[in-house]
Design a protein around this ligand. Structure first.
Ligand SMILES: [Zn+2]
Ligand SMILES: [Zn+2]
Length: 425
């Protein structure tokens, strides 16, 4: 068994007092808190080099941490060691007569599996074993539904793909971003594709993922994994491609609109949703059909040109209402005419932010994609928008987050984080 140190757990009585030292005095970076219902605790991780400190805050009076603090006061609680295969590790320990608190692993923070070893076998130290999330395995994006006033929203999925991690985070150095999004051996990070279905006066789909037209070389470059794709996801939502009445594009990059069209066995490319009108912003249509060296790889003509030929394209100018409760809003930044979708009903607002903030890791202002053509525009929009989203409790839909489909942006002091509302773990 090869064990490496993952984190040191510290039982906390007064969270703010602990943060005043570990975060503010030591200057360690605090991650968003994570509930661990199986332990009735909230975990606050602070990265400290290769390992981390975990401030463990009880969420219930009968939490083991609450009892620990009652009995012994706050302080050192456990040491967590990372192992490759926790099931094998537990079997080996058991065979050697080590006393286990957990004979089988259970879910821990960070989507991990954990098990504790009894201190009577470890000379007084509570030891946690942890098996980190296997990249991609078991992530399994699912459909998520929520009612927003009179509108029913369902996040769908068209699977995963990977993009260069450096390009995804622009000027942010790798040591910072890889904590939020681990890179593979080709420096790529995993992204999800989550189109959004809006059931209102009409049935609307916003974006449609990468679709199935990509050739083998591109599938490899982008590690496109559509094992579970929009076809499955739409069927699970109880709808067929024929049911969709409006298809709306945030912008025309391939990972958003590849699914707009389908290549049939004869090789002909036709609209995927035969009864839908496809709504695209006029200037985005112009840019996509006249690409330049910097954006040509993102605009694949087969994704949208056949719509015009089929007579199903509606070009719309400005921040138009697409159907009652749904309007588009210009952001620029990522592309000259990139837009987000504002969904409003019953006094509540949800926003499909597309590539303005592709994942929950992008809520901080400088975390802007290197892909953006006008990053200062992204910054300007994000500054105003994040404030607005916090103040008005917008429910934000993150199209590319592999784990969190939607959540609220919250603020604690100067720190912003996403409180997940619809998530896969
Ligand atoms: Zn894009
Ligand atoms: Zn994108």
């Amino acid at each position: 068994m090869k064990a490496t140190i993952d984190h040191v757990g510290i039982a906390v009585g007064d969270l703010e007092a602990s943060l005043a030292f570990f975060r503010d005095v030591l200057g360690l970076e605090l991650e968003a808190p994570e509930e661990v219902p199986s332990q009735r605790v909230r975990a606050h991780f602070l990265q400290a080099g290769e390992a981390a400190l975990e401030l463990v805050e009880p969420t219930a009076g009968d939490s083991p941490i609450a009892k620990f603090v009652d009995r012994r006061g706050p302080g050192l609680h456990h040491v967590a060691l990372r192992v490759d295969d926790i099931v094998a590790a537990l079997a080996e320990l058991k065979a050697r007569g080590v006393r286990l608190i957990d004979e089988a692993p259970r879910p821990g923070a960070h989507n991990s599996l954990v098990a504790f070893i009894h201190p009577s076998s470890t000379h007084g130290v509570l030891v946690e074993l942890k098996q980190g999330r296997q990249r991609d395995e078991g992530w399994g994006m699912r459909n998520h539904s929520i009612q927003l006033g009179g509108l029913a929203l369902t996040t769908l999925t068209d699977g995963y793909f990977r993009l260069d991690g450096g390009a995804m985070f622009g000027v942010v150095p790798k040591p910072l971003w890889e904590k939020r999004a681990p890179a593979d051996e080709r420096n790529r990070i995993t992204l999800g594709m989550r189109p959004l279905l809006v059931m209102g006066p009409r049935l609307m789909l916003i974006d449609a993922g990468a679709g199935g037209k990509m050739d083998a070389k591109s599938v490899d470059i982008y590690a496109l994994d559509r094992t579970r794709n929009l076809t499955h996801s739409l069927a699970e939502s109880g709808h067929a491609v024929e049911d969709i009445e409006i298809v709306l594009a945030s912008h025309l990059h391939f990972d958003h609109v590849g699914g707009f069209t389908t290549r049939d066995p004869s090789g002909e490319v036709r609209p995927t949703f035969p009864n839908a009108r496809y709504v695209v912003r006029t200037e985005e249509w112009e840019d996509a059909t006249h690409p330049h060296e910097r954006n040509r790889a993102s605009y694949l003509q087969d994704d949208f040109v056949p719509l015009q030929a089929a007579g199903v394209l509606d070009l719309v100018d400005g921040d138009a209402e697409i159907m009652p409760g749904v309007r588009v809003r210009w952001t620029g930044g990522h592309a000259r005419s990139h837009q987000v979708v504002m969904i409003e009903s019953g006094g509540r607002t949800a926003v499909f932010v597309a590539d303005m903030m592709p994942t929950t890791a992008h809520i901080d202002e400088p975390w802007i994609m290197g892909y953006d053509l006008y990053p200062m525009e992204t910054l300007a929009f994000k500054r105003g928008f994040v404030r607005e989203a916090i103040d008005n409790e917008y429910l934000i839909f993150f199209e590319h987050d592999p784990k969190i489909a939607a959540g609220y942006i919250r603020e604690k002091g100067r720190r912003k984080y996403v409180e997940p509302v619809l998530s896969d773990s």
